[in-house]
Ligand binder design. Sequence first.
Ligand SMILES: C[S@@+](CC[C@H](N)C(=O)[O-])C[C@H]1O[C@@H](n2cnc3c(N)ncnc32)[C@H](O)[C@@H]1O
Length: 229
Amino acid sequence: MAALLSAMSAPAIQPTKFSGVFTDGVRLYTTNSAPGSAVYGERLVSFDGCEYREWSVTRSKLAAYLRNGGRRLPLEPTSSVLYLGAASGTTASHVADVACRGTVYCIEFSPRSFRDLVTVCEQRPNMVPLLADATRPAEFAFAVDSVDLVYQDVAQKGQAGILAKNMKAFSAPRGMLVVKSRSEDVSREPREVYGMVRRQLSADGLKVIETVPLDPMEKDHAMMVVEQA
Ligand SMILES: C[S@@+](CC[C@H](N)C(=O)[O-])C[C@H]1O[C@@H](n2cnc3c(N)ncnc32)[C@H](O)[C@@H]1O
């Protein structure tokens, strides 16, 4: 069970430059949109009348991106987000905390992970779970409006093409792509693979505005922030 620290023992939690993302100077936090409830065993901390969830940089690649100096987080309280590869909701739940007045559509194709995801979404009304294949946006278009951001972490080959297809299908101006180098080509250096992915995105009419390697938290992974060119 997650520890709920009292205000007495909690460190001072302050906003960062990113709306909805907080820090005590060392760790990252989001406000807990389901107070009293943790998603993956993270610490819950009360401070100044608000409950926060610690955002683990070793469990969430989005937190690792921020820890490694990511500067272009395209997420606002009202954002509508299509999240591809939600697994059991670890990062998606933090995205939903930040986009607290928006909607996070969570796509996952593994039935086992999806069961856990549904439990998380039941406590967070702005998370919509969809059991679907991210490579086939037409199959979940019935449930998803146009979105502000496509966030993708599917760890499979052809990551650039899947992002481009979904950004086009849902008229998304921005995307965040977790590139798992080893999923594209185990024999090539990650840096080469990142270059190849950037060229593929560019060929699909997308501009990479930031690339942040996620080592050492996530070896051979990088986060790319992209915009429609
Ligand atoms: C690395 S895990 C995602 C972790 C998650 N983003 C997080 O930070 O909490 C990748 C997930 O993508 C899912 N996935 C892979 N290919 C997919 C596809 N084509 N459609 C939907 N989900 C997919 C896998 O089942 C797995 O749960």
